[in-house]
Ligand binder design. Structure first.
Ligand code: CO
Length: 212
């Protein structure tokens, strides 16, 4: 296990490495940000998206919470989203879940240990109930949780498309593309989730102006 002192030492070593390759690295970094991506993901310590995508600082504007939830009453998420969309004008919004997510598992197990966490995860329990038939057909428990993880990302994408911040942007004609991901933590790979755009358009979930 790394000690607290280790991470401070490693920071200085990293600074030295960066400066030896490019003496203006931090000068440039401090000048401002123009990240092309807003990333909404899980708080899980195994999901540093910069590492998985070999990205340098400045690539991702980030919002993370347990099980990558998007709620219309979550000021933290909304403020991040509004800033990313209106000020930074990100080109892509990525909502990402990951297999072996503790939040998904806790929702499935009904998580009675913590009141706050069980409230936070209740919407996932609802997704599980709504898709009971499909999920019950999957015999393997891990595979069933994997599918619930995917359904959760799809549900959060719906929430995202329904937010006024996003809808207004789409209707204006200049808007970020929206993507759903699963990080397959067992293999390290990113899986893109197919978003049923036409179906969601016909149901009014996605404004008709949106094109992939
Ligand atoms: Co997670």
């Amino acid at each position: 296990m790394r000690q607290y002192e280790d991470i401070l030492e490693d920071n200085l070593e990293w600074v030295g490495k960066k400066l030896s390759l490019d003496k203006d690295y931090f000068k440039r970094l401090s000048e401002g940000q123009k990240p092309p991506f807003l990333y909404i993901g899980c708080s899980d310590s195994r999901m540093p998206i910069d590492t998985f995508t070999q990205s340098e600082p400045g690539s991702f504007f980030i919002h993370r919470n347990i099980a990558n939830q998007i709620f219309s009453n979550d000021m933290n998420c909304l403020a991040t989203l509004e800033y990313a969309v209106d000020v930074l004008e990100v080109e892509h919004i990525i909502v990402s879940g990951h297999y072996n997510c503790g939040g998904i598992k806790a929702a499935h197990d009904k998580c009675r240990k913590s009141n706050i966490l069980s409230s936070w995860l209740m919407p996932i329990k609802k997704i599980e109930v709504e898709h009971k038939e499909e999920l019950n057909e999957i015999e393997d428990e891990d595979e069933r949780l994997d599918r619930l993880t995917e359904l959760n990302v799809l549900e959060q994408l719906k929430h995202l498309f329904e937010l006024a911040i996003v809808r207004n942007k789409i209707e204006s004609g200049k808007y970020p593309k929206i993507h759903g991901w699963i990080l397959d933590i067992r293999h390290g790979e990113i899986i893109e989730i197919e978003v049923p755009i036409e179906e969601w358009k016909s149901k009014g979930i996605i404004p008709t102006e949106y094109n992939k």
